[in-house]
Design a protein around this ligand. Structure first.
Ligand code: XMP
Length: 310
C-alpha cells in the first residue's frame, strides 16, 4: 500500500543528500506533477530551489495568475517570466503545425536555460511520472524540457518517476499542495488551437472562446445537465465565412467547439452535449467575442480525428 508520508520524507531526504549545497531549478506549469515535485524539492533545498513559470502568451484565461498564486501559497522561491513577446515574434508568419510546435519547444528551452544559468543551477528537477516514460517518443514530449540536462550539464532529479497520477495526488494532499484542477492541456498551449499563423489577436479570441466553452460546460455539468467531458475547448479556424453583423454581410471568423469523452486520450468519443448548452455557447461567443460570426460543433471521434486540431 502506497504511503505518501514515508514516500515524501524519503524523497526529501534523498534530494537533500543528492543536491547538497548546489542549486536546482524546476519549470512549473501549475499542473499537479510539477507542483508536487517543486514542493518536495523546496522542502529539501529551501531557497536553493528556483521554480520558474514561463508565460508564453499562449496560456488560458487567468492561468498565469492562478499559477502565481499557487507558487506563492506553496512558499516556493519562484519567478514568472513574461516571454510572450519573444514567442509571438518567433511564431510570426509560421503556419505549419509541426514547425509551430518545434519553435515553441525550442524557445521554451532557451528561456528556461537563461534562467537556470542566471541562478547558477546545477540540478534540474522534473515532474516526470511513470506514464510519461511509457509514452515518451510521442508528440507529448515536445513541451517537456527534454534534452536540456545533457546540453547544459545539469543533473536530473525526478522524484515522481515511479508514481502514477493517483499516488502523485496523494503526495500532493499530504504536502498541502494546491495545483490546477483544470482539464488536460497541451504543452504548445493555445497555439495548437489557433490554426495557421499565431498572432496575439487570434490568441486573444481563442482564449476567450475557450473560457466561454469551459464556463458554460462546467455550469451545465454542475447543474446535472451533462457529465463533465474529458476535454472541452474551442478552436479558431484560419478561414473566414460569411455572416451578418448589424444588418450587413460580414466576413467573420469561425470557432469550433470540441468536447470529448476519454479515459487516456488514446481514443475518444465526441461528447453528446445537450443542444441548449451548445446554443448558449454559440450565442455567448458570437455575442461577445469580436470578429467571430460562426460557431460549429465537431462530432468526430478519435480515431480518425485527434482531440486537438493541430
Ligand atoms: P491528440 O490531439 O493527439 O491529443 O488526440 C491527445 C492528448 O494529448 C494532448 N496533447 C498534448 N499534450 N503536449 C502535451 O503535453 C503536446 O504537445 C500535446 N498535443 C496534444 C491533447 O490535449 C490530448 O489530451
Amino acid at each position: 500500500m502506497f504511503d505518501p508520508v514515508s514516500f515524501s520524507d524519503g524523497k526529501i531526504a534523498e534530494m537533500r543528500e543528492t543536491v547538497g549545497d548546489a542549486k536546482a531549478i524546476i519549470a512549473c506549469s501549475g499542473g499537479v506533477d510539477s507542483m508536487v515535485s517543486a514542493a518536495i524539492a523546496s522542502r529539501a533545498l529551501g531557497d536553493n530551489l528556483l521554480a520558474v513559470y514561463v508565460d508564453t502568451g499562449l496560456m488560458r484565461k487567468g492561468e498565469t495568475d492562478e499559477v502565481r498564486g499557487m507558487m506563492g501559497d506553496a512558499g516556493l522561491n519562484h519567478r514568472i517570466i513574461d516571454a510572450s513577446a519573444e514567442f509571438f515574434k518567433a511564431l510570426s508568419g509560421v503556419e505549419d503545425p509541426e514547425a509551430k510546435r518545434k519553435i515553441i519547444g525550442e524557445l521554451f528551452i532557451r528561456v528556461f536555460e537563461r534562467e537556470a544559468k542566471g541562478f547558477g543551477a546545477g540540478f534540474l528537477v522534473q515532474g516526470t511520472i511513470a506514464p510519461d516514460v511509457i509514452e515518451s517518443g510521442s508528440v507529448k514530449s515536445h513541451h517537456n524540457v527534454g534534452g536540456l540536462p545533457e546540453k547544459m550539464g545539469l543533473k536530473l532529479c525526478e522524484p515522481l518517476i515511479d508514481l502514477y497520477k493517483e499516488e502523485v495526488r496523494a503526495v500532493g494532499r499530504h504536502l498541502g499542495v494546491k495545483s490546477s484542477e483544470r482539464q488536460p492541456f497541451p504543452g504548445p498551449a493555445l497555439a495548437v488551437r489557433c490554426l495557421g499563423e499565431v498572432t496575439p489577436e487570434k490568441i486573444a479570441i481563442v482564449r476567450e472562446a475557450c473560457h466561454i466553452v469551459e464556463e458554460e460546460i462546467s455550469k451545465a455539468a454542475t447543474d446535472g445537465r451533462m457529465a463533465l467531458p474529458w476535454q472541452y475547448f474551442a478552436v479558431l479556424l484560419p478561414t473566414r465565412s460569411v455572416g451578418v453583423v448589424k444588418g450587413s454581410r460580414a466576413y467573420g471568423m469561425t470557432v469550433v467547439v470540441r468536447a470529448v469523452e476519454s479515459t487516456d486520450a488514446m481514443t475518444a468519443r465526441h461528447s453528446r452535449i445537450p443542444l441548449d448548452v451548445l446554443d448558449a455557447i454559440s450565442r455567448r461567443i458570437t455575442g461577445s467575442v469580436p470578429d467571430v460570426t460562426r460557431v460549429v460543433y465537431d462530432v468526430t471521434d478519435k480515431p480518425p480525428g485527434t482531440i486537438e486540431w493541430e
